[in-house]
Write a protein that binds this ligand. Structure first.
Ligand SMILES: Cc1cc2nc3c(=O)[nH]c(=O)nc-3n(C[C@H](O)[C@H](O)[C@H](O)COP(=O)(O)O)c2cc1C
Length: 189
């Protein structure tokens, strides 16, 4: 299953960006994970532009990639108790296009704080629920992330495990298993 990963931070040494790179490696046996290069290239959402029917090429391409993905992983920083403007802007472009409708979406947030970006995730959950996305699991909070992510790599093995578990849930939601065959020889088979 091919997945799309969105990073709400534009920072070069972003903790959330590092989480997505680790996720890309963990995802490899399950398919391809494209990390959206930079949501910062998208223009600010403008309803007039959307209604004109002529979308800026960056937006049209972003919508295409979001629509084609079997699932979406979102890593958000927490800024002023919410998600980042850049991520919210990107999601606004997907509201009218419906690319996240009924799509499995998993959330992760890394923050140096003790709470791990829980308020940013709460914000995002409201927005994504309104968009009809299928949120998988509770989302992963990575508190005290500066100690767990060093030189752009997730070095905390418990965090890597939790991330892999979240990815497994995303995969299951995007590729539900076929109903299992009855076991041969079972009395109730
Ligand atoms: C303007 C600003 C506001 C912030 N507000 C919060 C906040 O409300 N809660 C929090 O946990 N961290 C907050 N932080 C710290 C960020 O979570 C931290 O810089 C984090 O590393 C940003 O994510 P990134 O590493 O992916 O770029 C804030 C940082 C900045 C610059």
């Amino acid at each position: 299953m091919d997945a799309l990963a969105l990073c709400g931070s534009l920072r070069k040494r972003s903790l959330n960006g590092a989480v997505l790179r680790a996720a890309g490696e963990l995802w490899a046996p399950r398919g391809g994970m494209r990390i959206e290069p930079s949501l910062g290239w998208l223009p600010f959402f403008n309803q007039d532009v959307e209604e004109s029917g002529v979308l800026p090429p960056e937006v049209a391409e972003f919508r295409e990639r979001a629509g084609a993905a079997g699932g979406v992983l979102i890593a958000t920083p927490e800024y002023a108790s919410g998600t980042s403007g850049v991520l919210k802007n990107a999601l606004e472009w997907l509201v009218g296009g419906g690319q996240l409708y009924d799509k499995p979406v998993a959330l992760v947030s890394a923050s140096p704080s003790a709470l791990g970006g829980d308020r940013a995730q709460a914000w995002l959950r409201e927005t994504l629920t309104m968009m009809g996305a299928r949120l998988v699991a509770d989302g992963l909070l990575i508190p005290q992330a500066s100690a767990k992510i060093q030189d752009g790599r997730v070095v905390d093995s418990a965090t890597v495990k939790e991330l892999d578990e979240l990815l497994a849930r995303l995969y299951e939601a995007g590729c539900p298993r076929p109903p299992s065959m009855p076991e041969a020889g079972r009395a109730d088979a």
